[in-house]
Design a protein around this ligand. Structure first.
Ligand SMILES: Nc1ncnc2c1ncn2[C@@H]1O[C@H](COP(=O)(O)OP(=O)(O)O)[C@@H](O)[C@H]1O
Ligand SMILES: O=C(O)C1=C[C@@H](OP(=O)(O)O)[C@@H](O)[C@H](O)C1
Ligand SMILES: [Mg+2]
Length: 172
């Protein structure tokens, strides 16, 4: 059954939109980060701290593939880095998969992430000035992978409901 995949940079709204889209459409959703935390019985922060990022990326790949192979139709909210490692970007296209890049500007990401850093190990210890530079560089590096998605929805200055409607239009 079809897999609806939401991807994009940290803070673009993947987890939030996946949840609301699920509520409005009746299609079940799984947030990949939450799935990883449940399977590892550890928070994302603790996985990074105790085992390191490479371990996290391997687990992320393994569990993403597991979800893609599940028999049900599901909405999957990825982590910001998922498409950028282990050739996961090649899994964003193909039969039975609809992938949507939730595209946000550096300013939108900065505004959302500056008050939401603590559970995101890649930015948790950065100052506001460092954050802005980091997001700009990192988004540039990752854009190639995000642009592999089947569709793109711009999220800047849109409410959660508006973004969900835009995603539903793509799926219709
Ligand atoms: N369209 C939106 N408008 C305003 N705030 C949003 C919107 N989408 C998400 N947010 C907020 O941005 C923050 C990051 O959202 P989240 O869903 O965790 O992003 P991601 O999973 O992509 O990292 C949260 O505080 C969330 O409430
Ligand atoms: O961009 C990344 O590499 C990451 C994004 C996070 O997910 P969100 O995009 O939901 O914050 C989470 O998977 C982890 O902290 C690494
Ligand atoms: Mg998330």
């Amino acid at each position: 059954m079809r897999k609806i995949i939401l991807l994009g940079y940290m803070g673009c709204g993947k987890s939030t939109i996946a949840k609301k889209l699920s509520k409005d459409s009746g299609i079940a959703f799984i947030d990949l980060d939450e799935y990883i935390e449940k399977k590892a019985n550890l928070s994302i922060n603790t996985i990074f701290e105790k085992h390191g990022e490479i371990y996290f990326r391997k687990l992320e790949h393994q569990l993403f593939v597991e979800l893609l192979h599940s028999p049900e139709e599901i909405i999957i909210g990825l982590g910001g880095g998922t498409p950028c490692y282990a050739n996961n970007h090649t899994l964003l296209i193909g039969e039975g998969v609809v992938s949507i890049y939730l595209k946000a500007s550096i300013d939108t990401l900065y505004d959302r992430l500056s008050s939401n850093k603590s559970k995101r190990p890649l930015i948790a210890n950065k100052s506001d000035v460092e954050m802005k530079e980091f997001i700009a560089m990192h988004l540039f590096e990752r854009s190639f992978y995000y642009n592999q998605a089947n569709y793109k929805v711009v999220v800047d200055n849109k409410t959660i409901d508006q973004v969900v409607l835009d995603v539903m239009c793509v799926l219709a």
